[in-house]
Design a protein around this ligand. Structure first.
Ligand code: OGA
Ligand code: MN
Length: 296
């Protein structure tokens, strides 16, 4: 059996989430299967694979088919406190002994930033291309992940706004996104590591040539603009881009693997009961270059 992809919700518009069947990604894949998945990613933006019983080693091996991986240096839990290897982003509510983090644990509060619409690693000079999130344990209810199609959002802008966005450059920083939730007790080291980076507001997909809005909760300034005006504008664009017609809500099943293209989508976590375990492991494929290096 080989890879086949169909729109995951035939009544949803637009069709940017594809459901993949005919592949066990814990096995070594043929070049044809990898190519079919890459083509599906270009076409859709989000792909869902059910019943993928992955461990971190197999998840890493599958992810490496699509490019060089990012290291999970964006989160604050480091060194002796890390539960997972440095190649794997820990999207769980667990400590290194697999105990649920206290409600006011700093790692949990930092992780709540995922509830804001974002694109992974937009705060790094070279941001993320693909993210691959594997559901190892899910809570009984809640904890969906929502995705917004930033190509469709770009296409739906009025001509005047589209022209205004065209050459704008934003500053992205985790210091900013966390501060909007009232999380601001950063160490000097974190302030250095999370210093703002520049990203174009409009980017072009290298394969399809389609343009999209590159927004994220991390974007807190526009170069050359007064800060309040920039934040008001970015908030309006985000409201536009996350309207219902641009959004796919993924309701997780255990052992789902969801893969998304951060160049053309934003995503956010939805709430769940924090006394229940939610254990998700994310691997991340890096882009090849900063958006500042790409032509408009
Ligand atoms: C992520 C992320 C959302 C979620 O893994 O990058 O933002 O629902 N996850 O956990
Ligand atoms: Mn994320």
């Amino acid at each position: 059996m080989s890879v086949s992809i169909r729109a995951s919700d035939p009544v949803a518009r637009p069709f940017f989430a594809g459901e993949v069947s005919g592949v066990d990604v814990s096995q070594d894949l043929s070049r044809e299967d990898v190519a079919a998945i890459s083509t599906g990613m270009d076409q859709y933006g989000v792909l869902v694979f059910h019943d993928q019983h992955l461990d971190d080693g197999r998840q890493l091996a599958f992810s490496r088919n699509f490019g060089a991986l990012e290291q999970a240096t964006g989160d604050i839990a480091q060194g002796a406190e890390r539960r997972l290897s440095i190649d794997v982003n820990d999207i769980s509510n667990l400590d290194r002994n697999n105990q649920i983090l206290a409600r006011d644990d700093r790692r949990r509060l930092f992780g709540l930033g995922n509830r804001l619409w974002h694109s992974d690693s937009s705060f790094k000079p070279v941001p993320a291309k693909y993210s691959l999130l594997s559901a190892r344990v899910i809570p009984g209810a809640g904890g969906n992940t929502e995705f917004a199609d930033m190509r469709a959002a770009y296409d739906a802008l009025d001509d005047e706004t589209r022209a205004m966005c065209e050459d704008l450059v934003c500053e992205h920083s985790q210091l900013y996104s966390r501060s909007t939730l009232g999380f601001s007790d950063f160490t000097d080291d974190e302030r250095r590591r999370f210093a703002p980076v520049l990203q174009r507001l409009v980017r072009r997909h290298p394969v399809t040539g389609r343009k999209s809005l590159f927004l994220a909760s991390h974007a807190g300034a526009i170069v050359g603009w007064p800060v309040p005006e920039a934040r008001a504008f970015l908030r309006e664009l985000t409201e536009h881009a996350t309207q219902r017609q641009f959004v796919y809500a993924h309701v997780w099943r255990q052992w789902d693997l969801v893969m998304w293209d951060n160049r053309v989508t934003m995503h956010r976590a939805r709430p769940y009961d924090h006394t229940q375990v939610r254990d998700m492991h994310r691997t991340t494929v890096a882009c090849e270059q900063s958006t500042m290096e790409q032509a408009a």
